[in-house]
Write a protein that binds this ligand. Structure first.
Ligand code: GAR
Length: 222
């Protein structure tokens, strides 16, 4: 929150919306000083829409199946996002690749959470890929979005161990827990003006962060 004006965020989702819920809860507890101006889903069945409605947050559905062209979809999405006049656009499990025009329109104001220790495992099926690679740890990264898929400058990263008995589902649960910690943290830094994107870097208090962003230690188990 800068001055008296609320820091307005718009959140894009495609599914369960557990990260959206973590942001709603962080705002309710005062940990995150922001206002969720709207939630937009590309799927009308996304459970996250129910979470938003339960918290009286305006919602919109823009179904990509109703558009014959990716640019038209991105344009409509951008117009809807802009109708909320956000300070920040947050991809919270939004499972569509956004075209360069959309990304350029919001560059520096567009962040994503990704379930891996980027630059490892961009794209999909991250937990199975971490297992297949024999990784001993994995995690989550919050990063600015650029036109390189999951390749924009990282803001924060946290890791969890991978145990011998793990499968993709058990890892997903453990990673989600840390996502719910680092996402509100990163957005609060943005709201306070402590984090910004300049050129190819994410800056924290004016100093360029390393490629993995800030490392946060989280105490989670199970
Ligand atoms: C989260 O694990 C998020 O990191 C991931 O989708 C899940 C959404 O969960 N995002 C991506 O894979 C983006 N490429 P949620 O709907 O419960 O927040």
């Amino acid at each position: 929150m800068k001055g008296d004006k609320p820091f307005k965020i718009v959140i894009l989702i495609s599914g369960s919306g557990s990260n959206l819920q973590a942001l709603i809860d962080a705002i309710a507890s005062g940990q995150l000083e922001a206002q969720i101006a709207g939630v937009i889903s590309n799927k009308s069945s996304a459970a996250g829409l129910v979470r938003a409605k339960c918290s009286d947050i305006p919602t919109s559905v823009i179904d990509h199946n109703h558009f014959d062209d990716r640019n038209k979809y991105d344009n409509r999405l951008a117009e809807t996002v802009e109708s909320y006049s956000p300070d920040l656009v947050v991809l919270a499990g939004f499972m569509r690749i956004l075209g360069p025009r959309f990304v350029d329109r919001f560059v520096g104001k567009l962040i994503n959470i990704h379930p891996s220790l980027l630059p490892k495992h961009p794209g999909l099926n991250t937990h199975q890929r971490a297992l297949d690679a024999g990784d001993v740890e994995t995690g989550a990264t919050v990063h600015f979005v650029t036109s390189k898929l999951d390749g924009g400058p990282a803001i924060v990263q946290a890791s969890v161990p991978i145990a011998m008995k793990d499968c993709a589902d058990t890892i997903a649960k453990r990673v989600l827990k840390i996502e719910h910690i680092i996402f509100p943290t990163a957005i609060q830094w943005l709201a306070e003006g402590r984090v910004e994107m300049r050129g190819k870097n994410a800056l924290f208090d004016g100093i360029a962060l390393p490629p993995y962003g800030k490392l946060v230690t989280t105490e989670t188990s199970g």
